[in-house]
Every structure is written in structure tokens, then in C-alpha cells.
Design a protein around this ligand. Sequence first.
Ligand SMILES: [Zn+2]
Length: 292
Amino acid sequence: MTLTAPPRLLLVHAHPDDESLWTGGTIARYAAQGVHVTVVTCTLGEEGEIIPDGLRELAADSADQLGGYRVAELRSACAALGVTDHRFLGGIGRWRDSGMAGVPANRHQRAFVAGGIEQQVAELTVILREVRPQVVVTYDAFGGYGHPDHIRAHDITTAAAADCADVDRVFHAVTSKRATEDGAAALADLAGLPFRLPEPGELPVVEDEQITTVIDIVGHLSAKLRALRAHATQISVWQDDTGGASYALSNGIAQPVVDAEYYVLARGPVEGTSADLFGGLGLPGGEPAQDR
Ligand SMILES: [Zn+2]
């Protein structure tokens, strides 16, 4: 018998689909292990590009119904990953997708980046104080690839987590240069790949020397792929008979599905973090369960 608190993981993401793209395998792995996983999504992703022709009229410059549609995609993705605790920052519909840097959507009255950062920190703090996660995940200070909403998600998470005594560690989800390059090279050998291969340096990555933590998601790739497929307005997923898999966003650039997800420890004790977000924290939990 232990009196230690059960492990709780909270991830803050900017748009529906980011939870699956950046951290889907990690979520599936820890959820399968019995960790309480909370996903906070800051906007509804209203400004996303729409891939299927039949859904194009949902777009922000047409019916402007994409955000509501993506709520359903997010629910399906969460189900695939085993997430039972999903929240929208400030309540559903509070903050709107700001779009890429410099577009008019940045100035929408509900745009996430146009909102008061103090209020957004307060809204996240309410969730953190309720959930009391030991481990919090968000993006790096560049938002992974420069999207203003991702940068804002980083900023509010950093501030809110610093003010919550229960948070032992904050991690930044990143993409490994080595894994991405190796994965992209392997895609070149696959027959029938419907996407174009990335140019060198085209996909956002970080140098592997910066990475502190590698989470093995081999046993949870099928869950991650199901979650990616759930975001059909945003992501095309391709799999062949040999187990090869790739996905592409609306830009049509092939991205590899790699066997691990990568993190940089931003705050908290480093000991035990090489392969486990909770390593060395003295919390209960055994080897992660496999879902396939
Ligand atoms: Zn995003």
C-alpha cells in the first residue's frame, strides 16, 4: 500500500490535432499504463486548411463551421488515445484559432493571441489546481514551428505551471532531427506513397543533443495512427501492406511515423527522465501496457 499520489499528466495544446501529432503515442502509452491524462486544447482550430473537398465549405471564409466540426474530430482522437479528461481552455469556444503569423485572423476579437495573457494563465491555473498534475507538457518557446497559438500555449503553460506547487516537471514536446531524417529517408523506399518527400531541412526539428527524454511508442503506434485519422480535415494518413506509414498535412509533404516521441525537460529534476516523463518521481506505476 502506498500513500503516494497517482501519476497525472497534463498536456496543453493549441489546436485540435496537435495532441495527436506531437504527443499521441505518449498519451496512449501513459493512458494505457493507468496514468490520469488530461488534454487541454486552447482553440477550436477554426482557421485550419481543409483537406477533403467535400468539407471545404466549412472553412473560416465560407460557413465558418470548421471549429465545431473539429470538436468531433478531437473527441474521436481522444477516444483512440484513451483520454477521458479533455478540457478547452476557458470553456469550449472561448478562444479562437489565430491563424498563421501576420494574417487578419490574428486580430479577431476572440483570437487566442489577441486575448489577455493574464486571463489565459488564470484559466489554465484553475485547471492545474484541480487536476494537480506532476508532469506538464507543452511546446518550446518557438511553439515547435512558430505558429502564434503554439507560442502562446507555451507562454501561458510556463507561467501557470510555475505557479502550481504540484507540478514537478515541465517538458517541451519536440521533433527529433535524426528520427525525422531517418524516417523521411525510409519513406523514399515505399512504393505508392501519395505525398511528396520533404526537402532537407523542410520539416521543423530540433538537434538531438537538446533532447532529454525519448518516449518509446512502438506499442502505441496503432492508437496514434487512429487518432491522426480522426483529424481527417487536417491530416491524410497512408499505410501500406508492409507496415509502412506516413501522414501529410494540407501541404502534402510526407512525414514519417516514428517509433518514439521526443521531449526537452524544461523544469524539474532530470534524474530518471531519459525514457520516462515520470521517472525518478517516486510515483506508483509499472511497465507501460501495450495496446496492440
Ligand atoms: Zn497547432
